[in-house]
Ligand binder design. Structure first.
Ligand SMILES: [Zn+2]
Length: 473
């Protein structure tokens, strides 16, 4: 991707400028160390401790460890649902560790934790954010890698006595997964102002409606008093290291993904109504088979999505009455359609084609015909990260692994970074997921790749700090 015109320009810019930017970071300690730092290439000044990073990832996975699949201590997945006791333990560790590293820690009304390390000047911190909660059968890296790499970045800065111009922060966003309280990236959305606080507080545990986000925040001691609001508690920029959760980097043999934005998506509920009848005594010509109709619509959605280079997925399907010798009378299924275009045109076109095809199928390809009802249940526009953050990640990625191993990529999944990108410069670093697997206990990213990601994250934050100090952002 760096062969593209804009990326090539960014690369040469990164090469031309680091000396002046580097001089903006004050290095305490001996002069030899300072000299080494100032001569280092493109912000790759200090190295994260790869062993410590990987050790900490796995040590902190003891809170919520689940789904063992092998004898090695790390061969388990995770079940650390938001605001459960195991999440609370991981949170308390995070708070204690950040305080031990000299950070000022605050908790907002959604339980988002901000650990701020002072800079030479006052000002909003450059944030490294991600999440400590996991899916019920999740892995050891999704979200966790981003937080622990933020911790490692602060440890590294302290170890090398590096004083940044402005503060830096590590932020843990609450309930990113939406697995327990059914709205993903809910707390970063409240922070960004796109979800009302009261709605988020009222979200109920999917397994026990008597428990809400607010009551569980209170129970575990993380209902903070700081307003959950970008305006009241701003950050200057948001960087997030995350596993890719897909196969693109691995397939391209790339080590670092520079995330330029996130896909837009639309969710639909489709209700197909036919007529229940005996499977033996009802010839095809007199059937209204709701499942046959639904199956044809789902197969067609795959075809239409491919035509538009989009994605379409049915994740839930229920039918009635559910008997071997009865033709189904009713089917309900979901459809999730995604595309990275920043304009909604492609998703509009997919939607139009799908609805046209559906009525054709319902009328002409389902024997006597069926009734179909479409409901759009959710819309998220595609996100394009502001260039100021993306350029820093690109510069950092090239400095760490070289131009050929860096790939620009659009995130297939939603992230807290997408929510906050409307308010401040944002970008993400992706590292490869083995076999593209995630939301699965066997999700895996090698220790080397975790360390590369953490290094790129730290360098991107330092690059942003230098640009900020130079008045370039
Ligand atoms: Zn995640």
């Amino acid at each position: 991707m760096l062969r593209s015109r804009s990326a090539a320009l960014a690369y040469s810019g990164a090469r031309a400028a680091p000396r002046s930017w580097a001089s903006r970071v004050i290095v305490r300690g001996d002069l030899g160390r300072r000299a080494r730092f100032l001569s280092a290439a493109a912000g790759n000044a200090v190295s994260v401790n790869a062993d410590r990073l990987n050790r900490t990832i796995h040590e902190t996975c003891r809170w919520g460890e689940a789904h063992r699949f092998g004898p090695d201590p790390t061969e388990t997945g995770m079940c650390r649902l938001a605001l459960t006791d195991s999440d609370a333990e991981a949170r308390r560790w995070f708070v204690d560790e950040m305080k031990a590293q000299g950070c000022k820690v605050s908790v907002d009304q959604m339980g988002n934790i901000f650990a701020v390390r002072k800079g030479r000047k006052e000002g909003a911190p450059t944030a490294m954010g991600s999440h400590l909660d996991t899916q019920p059968s999740g892995g050891r890296y999704d979200g966790i890698l981003g937080i622990i790499s933020g911790v490692e970045a602060v440890r590294t800065l302290n170890e090398h006595n590096i004083e940044t111009e402005y503060p830096v922060a590590v932020v843990n966003w609450t309930n990113e997964e939406g697995a327990r309280f059914p709205q993903s990236v809910v707390s970063s959305s409240v922070y960004a102002g796109s979800t009302p606080l009261a709605d988020a507080w009222a979200l109920a545990d999917i397994a026990d409606a008597s428990k809400t986000m607010k009551s569980e925040l209170e129970r575990i001691g993380f209902l903070g008093s700081v307003p959950c609001s970008f305006d009241a508690n701003p950050i200057a920029a948001h960087f997030e290291l995350h596993i890719e959760q897909g196969p693109i980097l691995e397939k391209a043999k790339a080590k670092v993904g520079v995330v330029t934005g996130g896909q837009g998506y639309r969710w639909y509920d489709v209700q197909v109504s036919g007529r229940a009848a005996h499977s033996g005594s009802t010839p095809f010509y007199s059937r209204s088979d709701a499942l046959l109709c639904a199956a044809r619509i789902i197969a067609k959605s795959n075809e239409i999505a491919k035509e538009h280079r989009a994605l379409a997925t049915t994740g839930i399907l229920t039918l009635e009455p559910g008997s071997t010798n009865v033709i189904p009378s009713s089917v309900r299924f979901t459809l999730d359609v995604r595309h990275p275009d920043i304009k909604p045109d492609t998703l509009d076109a997919v939607e139009r084609d799908l609805i046209d095809a559906t009525f054709e199928i319902a009328l002409k390809e389902s024997e006597l015909g069926c009734d179909v009802n479409w409901k759009r249940t959710s819309v998220a526009n595609a996100v394009q990260f502001p260039p100021a953050g993306v350029e820093c990640v690109k510069e950092a990625g090239v400095a760490v692994v070289g131009e050929k191993k860096v790939l620009e990529i659009v995130s297939g999944a939603g992230h807290d970074s997408c929510a906050v990108s409307y308010r401040c410069p944002t970008s993400m670093v992706f590292v490869p997921s083995k076999d593209g697997l995630s939301h699965n206990p066997r999700e895996y990213t090698s220790p080397e790749d975790c360390a590369i990601g953490a290094q790129v994250l730290l360098n991107a934050v330092l690059a942003y700090d230098r640009r900020r100090a130079a008045g370039l952002v």
